[in-house]
Design a protein around this ligand. Structure first.
Ligand SMILES: [Zn+2]
Length: 187
């Protein structure tokens, strides 16, 4: 949080970063502030629609997002849950297991008083005893897709490496041939 201190009163802009994250950037310093949360994006969008987004400051955006988040929860808890995104998996963790769940990167949502994790949590598979069957399937599907991708990357890398090795041998052969063609090596 301390990172964006000097920029607190500077205006912001939003920019798409890696992995489709939206980043909050300082318009003056052009520096990265933070990943924009769902609500921070909403606040910025509201100002943009009214063409008032040019002077929205970092502080203003973060604070208004906090308010919007609280309001949303009071008005419509379901919508509040949606704001966590499609990657969320809610966990039915008994109090006595909370330390274990925490160890596998389960997170606590204090308002809903519920544990959750994300489908892309590397340790999600260790939390399956607290998931619905549907969510277990989601975790396995995600894993399967990831492993398929990894296998594809590995094969691309190996093919590349093979080509490089092959070229290296080719170069050595050529050097030998060249040496053979030098006049002092002939006859
Ligand atoms: Zn700044």
């Amino acid at each position: 949080m301390a990172k964006h201190k000097p920029c607190d009163h500077h205006p912001i802009y939003m920019k798409e970063g890696n992995n489709n994250f939206i980043n909050m950037m300082c318009k003056l310093c052009d520096s990265y502030i933070k990943h924009a949360s769902h609500y921070e994006q909403k606040v910025y969008e509201k100002y943009r629609m009214n063409n008032e987004h040019n002077f929205v400051t970092v502080k203003q955006c973060i604070e208004e997002a906090q308010e919007l988040k609280a309001e949303t929860f009071h008005l419509d808890p379901e919508q509040y849950i949606d704001a966590f995104g499609n990657n969320v998996i809610w966990l039915d963790v008994h109090y006595r297991n909370k330390e274990l769940a925490k160890q596998y990167k389960a997170l606590w949502e204090p308002r809903l008083k519920m544990w959750y994790t994300y489908v892309n949590n590397q340790q999600a598979i260790k939390l399956i005893e607290w998931m619905t069957q549907q969510d277990i399937d989601r975790v396995y599907d995600y894993r399967h897709k990831e492993e398929t991708l990894n296998a594809q990357y590995r094969s691309i890398i190996n093919t590349k490496r093979g080509t490089l090795e092959h070229n290296k041998e080719g170069i050595v052969d050529n050097v030998d041939n060249l040496a053979g063609n030098e006049p002092w090596n002939q006859r």
